[in-house]
Design a protein. Structure first.
Length: 152
């Protein structure tokens, strides 16, 4: 299963252009879904330039490498659409995503106490429906860096 994963408000608190505080449980759940169900991630964010490179690096440092950044490299064979194809999107701006209101008064962010088990359940259901597809896309051992991004 491929998950489109937003960054600000999804795995860290909103603090753009800085990187906000890590959301409790976010990376634990993401790593668990990858380990148990072969979930792969595409970073799906409005960040660009150095801020995007920093987000990719931040996630990589926490054990999450990406199949793509704002693009799904496997879809070029069947569509020219610029939208990154994913089976599921996790984004604080998406309808139905469980949110927490921070005491700081900043924007709401994903509640991983609720979202984490939801991700696991959806990944398990997807794998039951597609038993031959666990981790079906080829991942590079190195961190993915989109063309035009620096690895600094």
């Amino acid at each position: 299963m491929i998950v489109g994963l937003d960054f600000d408000g999804t795995v860290v608190e909103h603090a753009y252009p800085a990187i906000g505080l890590e959301l409790p449980g976010a990376f634990d759940w993401l790593r668990k879904a990858e380990a148990e169900y072969g979930v792969e991630y595409i970073l799906y964010t409005m960040r660009d330039g150095h801020e995007l490179s920093a987000a990719v690096r931040y996630c990589g440092d926490r054990g999450i490498c990406f199949l793509g950044v704002n693009t799904n490299p496997t879809q070029m064979h069947w569509t020219m659409s610029p939208k990154a194809y994913c089976h599921l999107y996790i984004d604080d701006a998406a309808m139905g995503v469980p949110l927490l209101e921070p005491v700081s008064g900043r924007r709401a962010y994903v509640d991983w106490v609720v979202a984490g088990p939801m991700l696991m359940e959806m990944a398990e259901e997807w794998l039951i429906e597609h038993p031959d597809r666990k981790g079906h896309a080829v991942k590079s051992a190195a961190r993915y860096v989109s063309p035009g991004l620096t690895s600094e």
